[in-house]
Write a protein that binds this ligand. Sequence first.
Ligand SMILES: [Zn+2]
Length: 594
Amino acid sequence: MPRRFYITTAIDYVNGRPHLGHAFEKVIADAIARFHRQRGDVTYFLTGTDEHGQKIARAAEQAGQEPQAFVDQMSKTFIAAWKALDITYDQFIRTSDKRHELAVQELMRRLSVARSPKTGEPAIYEGEYVGLYCEGCEGFKSEKELDEKGRCPEHRKKPKEIKESNFFFRLSEYDEALLRHIEAHPDFIQPGYRRNEVVSLIKGGLEDVSVSRPSLTWGVPLPDEIEGGEGHTVYVWSDALLNYLSAIGWPQRAYTKWWLAKEGETGGPGAARQDEFQELDGQGRPGAAWAGTGQPLFTNAFHLIGKDISRFHCALWPAMLLAAGVPLPRQVFIHGFILLRKEKGEEAGKGDEGGQKMSKSLGNVVDPVALAERFGADALRFYLIDAVPTDGDGEFSLEMFVEHCNTYLANKLGNLASRTVKLVHNGFAGETPTEWAPESFQDPAVREAFAALTAAAEEAATGVPKAYDEIRLDEALSSAWSAVERANEFVDRARPWDLAKDPARRAELGTALGALLETLRLVAIWAWPAIPSKCETLWGVLGLPGTPGEQRGAAARPAFGAAPARRLGEPVILFPRVDLKAASGAPAAAPKAG
Ligand SMILES: [Zn+2]
């Protein structure tokens, strides 16, 4: 049976336009989803927008609009951005959708009858809250989370002191259950160093969290069943997190289609049997998802999120799920930030080392749509996937971006493709050579370079899918590019343009070009999750049937050797070199896609 892969991203807050940090996460998620589809996994990719809360209400007011009209308009800018970046999500959820709002109310109902696993006290209680509230974070801050000036380190603003009646979720009593689960499933939180951060956070003690706020109208009202909850709306985090379930049909049983999977069909590591949670939850409540299951299913949801929201996803969310009787996700993968590096000649920021996280409130927004329009969606996708380690932070500046794309796309892959295709057009009238005789290479250095090329391709054929599968996307591309580099070295050694002059060396020429064409075919398959449109163009130029996104199993393995002739397309410049100095200030000179 094929594996089932359910991937979600953070849903973006619509108080501003999409920036490069948003784009980074969606591009990574898209490459992962494409990899799974390419491999034949049944895949569902969810993204969307987070549309409730005070910040939104205020932004709408400033824009002179009703909140709903404001979020309708803002969510469109995200949809348009993801279209411009070729993000192939299956569903775009908006938390102001009625169906989601009803699910949030059902979550609150379930929490209101749940009992905490430690003391059996109600999981939800009403209390007075006095706290420091950062409007930027939409969250309360403890003193120790603030910087030396008493400001939120992220938003560089002092939080407000707020006193109000709130409903609280007894998160403090879920620490042991969470630690037990994390210990039993080391893949639940990845990468490992992030898991350790979460473990110390939980060991340091969790505080109960507010799950409702009075007198904020732009949100989901608490359900009537919760006594004293009139006029309260659900805290934005509890509301937003539920999108991962409401989007796939929760509280209807249908949600298990993606949330859970049969043994052997889970989309990756970290899966837990659903009945494991009965012990953690401590209630064995009838109606819990694991009650009375004949065939136990395994957890299967994969959440891709940024490091700034790991505590919400690794503590609050799983604890709420335990209380609500829902099995946990299979894995939470935490990526880093893109730091914006100052261009040469720009004034360095004060007290700002190297770079800053990109966010709207800091005003250092880079527009991903403008970059994609100017340089092509695939160039931007390539930079975000290849130049940024999937498990850590990366940097962006226009200079670094252009240099990276010129080096790896134009000079390495683009050059290999264009010279190979030209040589086949010149030497074989555009038909792929049928000769295959590696033993005919006269020069030992050429034989050596040939062996290095085929070895690199074999290695990448295993290494690339493994790296994608393990969410090391930058390493997947490095592995693919090592074959590109060996191929370019082989061209330099074999000098096919010289071989073409000597009819007696036609077998050598045919073999050399055959090996290069096969390398290009493989690289188009391996790079497709990252740069789909360019790989499809290359696929067409190589005269291959179907698309690189459909190649799996034997068809995705190296097949160096004699092959029937096929007709190549015309040579194209896949990746035009970008000259930033010539292009700057002259948008008409921007390179064209294709
Ligand atoms: Zn803040």
